[in-house]
Design a protein around this ligand. Structure first.
Ligand code: HEC
Ligand code: HEC
Length: 238
């Protein structure tokens, strides 16, 4: 792992050198500058994109990406190689990186093939489309969009991501772990209401869905209010 981080930092340093050199052979474009990122976030339709833990970030909403980049930089979300890479970057630069990835349009990997039992499918589809009022869980689709492709500007799409990554995120929120449990928000509160079996079933189900449709642009006022901390976090930067 240490060696891996060193390799990434080396790539990153190369880019920085390229930036400072007038005789650079590496063109100074955002694509070159984020080369260190795409070592891990290899988006596209190849097996590796699916079999690893690394989440796809191409095409995600800019507002959501920007919030996450600041979380990693400021220690509210934890992944050491990323924390090192983002350490000295300004908000403006993180915004530019977020914009770059949000505008990337590369093919999605094919869905994972996992066999789900019919009772699992039923349970998941109910949570996704109807939620569970008794536990104060709104339908996932009410926030993440009918297509589950996200809701501008801060609510991410849930399709095209590895099931292992999804399980880790939901479990991280549920257990308050270092990965992602450091910030309380509307989503962490929902994840805390889910059982571990539900988290596994939801993550598997999401990873087996074909990616289709666009992000939604409408969120009801009560759900905006519920996610107020996230909306305020984003607006504070605009
Ligand atoms: C060593 C591999 C690695 C490198 C290099 C890396 N990332 Fe990541 N990235 C990850 C992993 C693993 C996660 C998931 C972390 C977790 O468990 O929450 C992640 C998560 C993210 C997320 C959150 C995605 C989501 O859906 O919430 C964003 C945004 C992101 N990375 C952007 C970047 C950018 C920009 C760079 C370059 C500056 C970068 N990453 C470099 C491995 C990497
Ligand atoms: C009240 C609105 C709301 C509802 C309902 C909701 N979410 Fe979320 N969800 C969010 C927000 C906002 C985020 C982004 C959190 C952040 O910025 O860290 C999020 C993030 C996520 C992520 C992380 C995605 C990534 O790329 O890392 C997953 C997974 C997720 N939600 C799953 C679900 C599931 C499953 C349900 C239904 C059981 C659900 N959500 C219901 C608002 C909601």
């Amino acid at each position: 792992m240490k060696l891996f981080i060193l390799i990434i930092l080396f790539f990153f340093a190369l880019n920085v050198i390229a930036e400072g050199s007038s005789r650079s052979i590496v063109p100074d474009t955002m694509t070159e500058r984020v080369r260190a990122c795409t070592i891990c976030h290899q988006d596209g339709d190849h097996d590796q994109a699916r079999s690893t833990y690394y989440p796809r970030i191409a095409g995600k909403l800019e507002g959501y990406l920007f919030n996450q980049l600041r979380h990693f930089r400021d220690g509210r979300r934890y992944h050491q190689p990323m924390a090192l890479l983002l350490e000295n970057m300004s908000d403006d630069y993180l915004q530019a990186i977020a914009r770059h990835f949000s505008q990337l349009n590369v093919p999605y990997p094919s869905p994972e093939s996992i066999d789900l039992k019919s009772n699992e499918i039923q349970l998941v589809e109910k949570l996704i489309r109807l939620g569970d009022p008794q536990r104060n869980i709104p339908a996932c689709s009410a926030c993440h969009g009918d297509t589950l492709m996200g809701n501008t500007p801060y609510i991410p799409g849930l399709l095209g991501l590895p099931s292992a990554y999804l399980t880790a995120q939901l479990s991280g929120w549920r257990s308050g772990s270092l990965i992602r449990g450091q910030v309380t928000n509307c989503m962490s509160e929902i994840a805390k209401q889910l059982s571990y079996d539900e988290i596994i079933a939801i993550s598997r189900w999401l990873a087996t869905q074909a990616v289709e449709g666009e992000a939604q642009k409408v969120l009801s006022p009560d759900l905006i209010k519920r996610c107020q901390s996230i909306f305020l976090e984003g607006v504070a930067q605009e």
